[in-house]
Design a protein around this ligand. Sequence first.
Ligand code: NAP
Length: 518
Amino acid sequence: MKRLESYLCGRWIAGQGPATQLINPATDEVLAECPSGGLDTAAALDHARSRGGPALRELTFAQRGEILRAMSKVVHAGREELISLAVANGGNTRSDAKFDIDGGSFTLAAYADLGARLGDRTILVDGDGVQLGRTARLYGQHILTPRRGVAVHINAFNFPAWGLAEKAAAAILAGMPVLCKPATATALVTWRLVQMLVEAKVLPDGALQLLCGSAGDLVDHLGGQDVLAFTGSSDTARKLRLSEGVVARSVHINVEADSLNAAVLAPDVSPGSESWNLFVADVARDMTQKTGQKCTAIRRVLVPAERQAEVIEAIGARLAEVVVGNPAEDGVGMGPLATRAQLEDVRAGIARLAGDTEAAVGGTGEVTPRGVPSGAGCFVGPVLRLARDPRAAASVHAHEVFGPVATVCVYSGAPEEAAELVALGDGGLVASLYSDDRDWLRGALPAMAAWNGRLYLGSEKMASQSPGPGTVLPLLLHGGPGRAGGGEELGGMRGMALYQQRTALEGDKSLLSALVGE
Ligand code: NAP
């Protein structure tokens, strides 16, 4: 059986003590084990600070971009092996696995392109300079330089390849070394991916390290030049926010957490139109892709009262086509949840929703999966619930059910009411608005924007090119306020800001421009 090791201080090291088993969630077969503990995390952080950081800071943006390009090629070259591991360890269908792995190489390549555009410099200017005195002798200019610490990335179980790649792309381009800690349950893909990167020798020593198993005392050793970027549950986020480094030493922290993403159908969209078809396809895809275990998946579907029955029928027809089962079998469109713990959480979440809503499609998720021994695996079928009075259905807006589960929420069709219902989710990663009526969108947009990190405007004009709201794009912001964690990742250069210190320079204009090259 495979035993996962960590890549720390330039070598592969086995952890000590009790091991966590990594399973195939379709068959319950044990695939690997990962011992936790006994690893010197302080030494690993020092290695990043003393070796990886200086090596990256010596490089220009264009040169760091070349590292990212090489990383992207390594991921692409290894994709078939990584896809097989994701099917086995993540319960992913082949298409789910490609979404994660190709998403990772695409994001690295996008940041490589950004590095090429930023070119042969090592310092970035931030905004325009300003004249401060009577003449330009006293002038001000903000600059951005890489923080001198290490970027610690703690990732969730659902994107073991993309999670590493999207965070590492922004940090490495900004000039910070990375220590990545994947979620243990699905770490097989990340572990093999880092092996491939190490074997390909595409990164300077100390620029990328991997910690497999529990985080141990990692976070306790962080200081004011370090960065902690976390993706996962709000419970863990709360613990990290209260950790000594963050509270007492101002460790920069970014949190990507839960989100009750909404899809809103406007009253102008009628059945059979391009926008209607896009809406139905997006909701059904988001419910079933990666078995609904996407932070951006649609959880609440706001529908004008007169369209409720047609929407449930159309989404139900799509869901009925999805074969649930062992993702290694041909024809299976949705695999199991990633772990037993997720299965229990999702069942509890459906039970909570059932107290507040009516069944619309799929009851409470009972399913007979294809190609699976009786009783094995972490399976739940797609579940669509109905809230006729969504204000009275508190659980719909309060609990993220991290599986193939969504609720149709009936509203009047007024944009103000849609915005009010979306806001009950207390902050989201993305809301999608389906309308070809610009006045309706003007009415909805300002309030929706305040509560969401991204707004996806689904219309007939963009339908043929749309990847759907669940796809996170490297050049657009990923993150959201409130419940979503308050974080900001990606968005091109915006995603690098976490890893850079902004400094105001105050002095003679000609000196400033000689120093920073503007
Ligand atoms: P989780 O239990 O919070 O775990 C996330 C990560 O934190 C794992 O690597 C875990 O390691 C680690 N961890 C747990 N306790 C820790 C501690 N005390 N100190 C340091 N690290 C600790 O979350 P999850 O179940 O993997 O992920 C599901 C959640 O993530 C969902 O709620 C989903 O919404 C959210 N999510 C958000 C986004 C986003 O971009 N906003 C993306 C994906 C998922 P171990 O695995 O070793 O315990």
